[in-house]
Write a protein that binds this ligand. Sequence first.
Ligand SMILES: NC(=O)c1ccc[n+]([C@@H]2O[C@H](COP(=O)([O-])OP(=O)(O)OC[C@H]3O[C@@H](n4cnc5c(N)ncnc54)[C@H](O)[C@@H]3O)[C@@H](O)[C@H]2O)c1
Length: 331
Amino acid sequence: MLPNPSGARLTSVLSARRSHAAFHTSASRRAAGDRMTGTLPSYGPVGVARALDASSATGTNPTLFAKEFSLADRVALVSGGNRGIGLEMALALVEAGTRIVYCLDLPEKPGDEFTKVREYASHLKGTGGEARLEYVSADVTNQNAMWKIGKTIGDREGRMDVCVAAAGILRGDTPCLTYPAKQFEEVIAVNVNGVLYTAQAAGQQMDRFGNGGSIIMIASISGHGANQGHPWVSYNTSKSAVLQMARSMACELGPKRIRVNTISPGYINTSMTGQFLAKRPELVEVWSSHNPLGRIGRPDELRGIVAWLASDSSSFCTGSDILVSGGHHAW
Ligand SMILES: NC(=O)c1ccc[n+]([C@@H]2O[C@H](COP(=O)([O-])OP(=O)(O)OC[C@H]3O[C@@H](n4cnc5c(N)ncnc54)[C@H](O)[C@@H]3O)[C@@H](O)[C@H]2O)c1
């Protein structure tokens, strides 16, 4: 029998339709799968899914700390990294494996504390004597300069994964009804604009390299409620703005797998609170009485939360605020 050209055409049309349908089915299955699981990390499924995945060659090594919390090979930018909470977080990121943490702060040269911590970080087991903290003199209120710093880091490292916007200022007690415009603007410039420019500097690079990323902004309990007994209208306003900035950016950047969250510490023992305690030592009792744990916090008590937010272990967390306040908010 001679081949029927029109029949042949029909067969090829039908098979094309079938493969088209098959393509659509597998594509929509894949899309549905992605919606169920997100993008799995390179080390595959974890937890119960890993335990049940008999076909995988995943082995039986625990993954929680070795993989999910690990920041191995990640690159980070931390503002306010010369001291206090920023420096504490930078070191925590190094300990979690970060390849390098760029610490941005105002002074031209880093302080003694930073230099000692950098030295310590370079001798941590597994770091091979390499400096994993790098200091960059920068003013977070300068948008152009911040973008350039971000780009330079991106060009040099070929990636950007973590951003901690910790630079912030708190000006002395000033009554709200006569609060001077200049001082108000100064606080907003660092605590709001500066946080945005820092997030932009890192976020643009996260977007450029397409690996997603984690932006962590340091807000405060002062963004949730006014600090009893302190006329801090500019600071309180700025920290509320940071909470909303993070939610807003999280919504825009979710499709790029760039997560944006805030940490709201309570009273923490740093230079910022120290300037008040130096003048009014009785405040330590007052502040301690404002939370159920009955004390103020240490900067190192924020290490775990920053490591968690920076890492894959918080991969479904964005647009959230984590309060670390000794329970200040619970009363
Ligand atoms: N200490 C607390 O009790 C507490 C509580 C809640 C939130 N926070 C927030 O934590 C963050 C860190 O505060 P800290 O307690 O470590 O205070 P800190 O004063 O020790 O550190 C702040 C750092 O930001 C830097 N900085 C200020 N202006 C800058 C600018 N324009 N450009 C670059 N860097 C600049 C400072 O030089 C300093 O190193 C701040 O955002 C602060 O508002 C602190």
